[in-house]
Ligand binder design. Structure first.
Ligand SMILES: Cc1cc2nc3c(=O)[nH]c(=O)nc-3n(C[C@H](O)[C@H](O)[C@H](O)COP(=O)(O)OP(=O)(O)OC[C@H]3O[C@@H](n4cnc5c(N)ncnc54)[C@H](O)[C@@H]3O)c2cc1C
Length: 316
């Protein structure tokens, strides 16, 4: 249930006015380009500001939500209740020493990959074209082509809802296909440390270019989407199953399955989050009926979704 804006404005009055917004349209914070308003949107600049905002949430039973660069989420048309913390504007510092790069969670993968390449460091080329933040990439163990985040992140730190900062190292991340421990514990990823290897600049840039071309040729990167809609099922490919089910190019008004890559669900412009949600449900249901395989969404549903609209996600 929404509280009224003036109460929220009183509660969060001490936070910098130019970085906190009430009843804020969130569409542009999602690569699907859909979603309603956040009750409170905060663009923190420091850990102490995040702590301050979380303390207000704790003391007033206000839920909070973190967003990276919004490239793996579907925000409800009804918006997001409570506090939404967006790190992608001001929490973006990236630094480099020897073979190591340290990046704040809101920095883009692209910025980190560019810094690595500029310093002849190899290991992050795979991530070129993944439009996420460091926080989102670690939480999702983003991967592509020949590698994954697991191979390059050696440690990360996060803030617990109880105000503690905890560092995780190596295996403690429990990285696996499109997942990490961060999907099981509440908290805000603050930063990550990357260990890369020295490489040859020309080879690094050639690899980056090769992956960019592959992506451009195979994926609808000029359309609103969240990348692959579903996870890869065991011994199969979601995109192959969807295409074999006859759904490649399936269209439902302003949304549907890409004609270029059947793994992508697209907003062609003007679709609502509910429209897109219905396409997800339809694709899952058709594939299940035809092949008996239960596709699991890779995308995360964010915000205030009516229970009846998202029940399909629980069906095995
Ligand atoms: C065109 C396109 C191509 C893509 N290609 C790939 C690909 O090749 N490989 C791949 O793996 N993915 C791909 N993706 C998906 C997406 O880019 C990745 O999953 C990315 O890692 C998500 O990062 P994000 O910052 O956008 O996260 P968001 O979408 O903002 O958030 C995703 C989840 O992470 C949580 N989160 C984000 N930041 C934090 C934080 N600091 N602390 C705690 N939780 C946090 C959010 O709450 C949410 O649950 C693609 C997406 C698009 C649109």
């Amino acid at each position: 249930m929404r509280k009224n804006d003036s109460l929220y404005q009183q509660l969060f009055a001490e936070l910098p006015k130019h970085r906190i917004y009430f009843d804020y349209e969130m569409r542009s914070f999602s690569t699907f380009n859909v979603g309603g308003k956040a009750d409170i949107l905060f663009l923190p600049e420091s850990i102490s500001e995040i702590k301050e905002a979380l303390a207000i949430c704790r003391n007033n039973s206000i839920p909070f939500q973190v967003l990276g660069r919004g490239s793996n989420i579907l925000i409800s048309d009804r918006g997001i209740r409570g506090l939404t913390i967006y790190l992608g504007r001001n929490f973006i510092r990236v630094s480099h020493e020897d073979n190591h790069i340290r990046a704040q969670a809101g920095a883009s993968l692209a910025a980190v990959t560019a810094l690595a390449a500029k310093n002849n460091l190899t290991g992050l080329e795979f991530s070129v074209g993944i439009p996420g933040s460091i926080g989102g990439a670690v939480l999702m163990n983003a991967s592509a082509y020949d590698s994954e985040i697991k191979n390059v992140v050696i440690s990360s730190s996060y803030l617990t809802p109880q105000d503690e900062i905890i560092t995780l190292n190596g295996d403690e991340h429990q990285f696996d296909y499109r997942t990490s421990i961060y999907q099981k514990i509440p908290g805000i990823i603050l930063e990550a440390d990357f260990a890369l290897k020295e490489g040859k600049r020309l080879e690094i840039y050639e690899k980056i270019q090769e992956f960019q071309i592959k992506r451009r040729e195979s994926q609808p990167i000029d359309k609103y989407s969240a990348g692959s809609a579903f996870k890869r099922p065991t011994d199969n490919y979601a995109s192959k199953l969807i295409a074999d089910a006859g759904l490649k190019g399936y269209r439902a008004m302003n949304t549907g399955v890409s004609e270029k890559h059947a793994g992508f669900i697209i907003n062609y412009g003007g679709a609502s989050a509910s429209d897109i949600n219905r396409v997800f449900a339809h694709v899952k249901s058709v594939v299940e009926t035809k092949f008996g395989i239960s596709l699991q969404p890779e995308v995360k549903w964010i915000g205030d979704w009516p229970e009846e609209e998202i029940q399909w996600k629980c069906l095995q």
